[in-house]
Design a binder for this molecule. Structure first.
Ligand code: NAD
Length: 437
């Protein structure tokens, strides 16, 4: 099949390359010329494990091309995916749909013959209706079926998630699209990935409901962690104890500094607004958003407390900046709130992240970037482990301590064991665990 993907970011690029790998003929489009030029030179502009290799293999096989020329790619395509960003709208937290609607207008002018237009971006209920309306208004001759096909991949494991999804959700209001979408995903269908057909509005809501539920689960265990700290219990054991119950499940029960990233914060906020707009408030999600916002800020206070209540003039080393490991994505990362909170109280920040420093430089001020965890530790009054990159999991604790001015270690991901840290002479603070291990 001939497929065009509009928007070559984390989702568009992964979707494009995986569909090409299935044997489809794919063109990835972006309006950002520098991105397309890089991709044409074989340079993948984002960090995602395995992505470069897969891009290069599919380009070499002639199944994957890149362009800024939307009309020509869309004109030839049987299926057009819209995979542009839907960030929070400034001011009110609604999903900003201006990019999606701009693409709908461009696509309307370019389509030829029957074309399935698929919204892969995360969009509020009813967006598909508006996309169909825009296309029909701009080009009344256009013969299109507008489909919702939300994406559930996780950054850091995006290719694996795309190729082995738990389910593929496809929302259709035009029966002609059913066969086309089944053909797009046929290789996965053969692998038994359930292809769940729904109506378009239901499909749009499934994506927000899924993300809000996961955000709620994280927030729940974070609150349990606070209770563990107050009551002298261990959150990791509580998480294991409840996670072994199949009705609950073990995933998304890791207590930490609060969720961040390019999806959960904006999608929970958008769902709150959607609920309000429909007069059907999502109160659990509203509370989740508020708890999480407060938690991210509270983490800097935890560091300050670990430093004896004062960080003015002290050097705090930050290990990990991205919102999770194996990505270079810095959007809404908890590290940003923690750094800001510490700087507000007069701390000097030194930081290191294996992949996130390029993006971080654009988002933080007055931070010294180091070359390694040990470089960060040099002369530091305290270290804060914010992102659990593998390379931070087995640090040489003796060496680390010998480099630091004072051996204070705040572990916001519970990577280390309290007794082990104590044995190495660290003053150690973690999440939801008391001193004993
Ligand atoms: P992104 O910012 O990485 O990529 C979006 C791309 O679209 C950018 O390269 C931008 O230049 C391009 N673009 C914008 N307007 C365009 C236009 N008119 N024509 C051509 N290109 C245009 O965003 P992302 O993280 O890939 O997210 C895309 C969508 O997928 C969002 O709705 C997001 O919520 C959803 N999503 C993201 C993830 C994730 O993990 N990142 C997972 C599931 C769903």
């Amino acid at each position: 099949m001939k497929i065009a993907i509009v928007g070559s970011g984390y989702v568009g690029l992964v979707t494009g390359v995986c569909l090409a790998d299935f044997g489809h003929e794919v063109t990835c489009i972006d309006k950002d010329q520098s991105k397309i030029l890089e991709l044409e030179r074989g340079v993948v502009p984002i960090y995602e494990p395995g992505l470069s290799e897969l891009v290069n293999a599919n380009v070499a096989a002639g199944r994957l091309t890149f362009t800024t020329d939307l009309p020509s790619a869309v004109g030839q395509a049987e299926v057009v995916f819209i995979a542009v960003g839907t960030p929070s709208r400034r001011g009110d937290g609604h999903a900003d749909l201006s990019y999606v609607y701009a693409v709908a207008r461009e696509v309307a002018e370019a389509v030829t013959g029957f074309t399935v237009v698929v919204t892969k971006s995360t969009v509020p209920v009813g967006t598909g209706d508006e996309v169909a309306h825009i296309i029909g208004t701009v080009n009344p001759e256009a013969d299109v079926a507008v489909v919702s096909n939300p994406e559930f991949l996780r950054e850091g494991a995006a290719i694996e998630d795309f190729k082995r999804p738990d389910r593929i959700v496809v929302g259709i209001d035009d029966e002609r699209a059913r066969e086309v979408m089944a053909e797009v995903y046929r290789p996965l269908y053969l692998n038994q990935a359930p292809l769940l057909f729904t109506d378009r509005r239901t499909s749009e809501l499934i994506k927000y409901a899924a993300n809000a539920f996961l955000a709620m689960k994280i927030t729940f265990i974070n609150e349990v962690a606070d209770l563990c700290e107050a009551a002298g219990a261990n959150v990791q054991e509580v998480a294991r104890g409840i996670g072994l119950d199949n009705r609950i499940g073990a995933e998304f029960l890791h207590a930490g500094p609060g969720y961040g990233g390019s999806c959960f914060p904006k999608d929970t906020t958008a769902l709150v607004k959607i609920g309000q707009d429909f007069g059907s408030p999502m109160r659990l999600v509203e509370t989740t958003v508020s708890i999480n916002d407060q938690r991210k800020r509270a983490m800097s206070r935890k560091v300050i407390a670990a430093c004896g209540g004062e960080v003015r003039g002290k050097t705090i080393g930050v290990l990990g900046l991205t919102f999770k490991p194996n990505t270079d994505d810095m959007r809404e990362a908890p590290s940003l709130d923690i750094i800001r909170g510490l700087q507000d109280r007069g701390a000097k920040i030194v930081a290191f992240d294996p992949q996130g420093m390029k993006a971080a430089r654009l988002l933080v001020e007055d931070v010294d970037f180091a070359d390694s965890a040990y470089d960060v530790a040099q002369g530091a009054d305290a270290l804060v482990l914010v992102t659990e990159w593998n390379e931070f999991r087995s640090l040489d604790l003796e060496r680390l301590k010998s480099l630091m001015k004072t051996p204070v270690f705040v572990d916001l991901r519970n990577v280390y064991r309290p007794h082990e840290m104590a044995r190495h002479g660290f003053s150690y603070v973690s999440i939801g665990r008391f001193d004993e291990d």
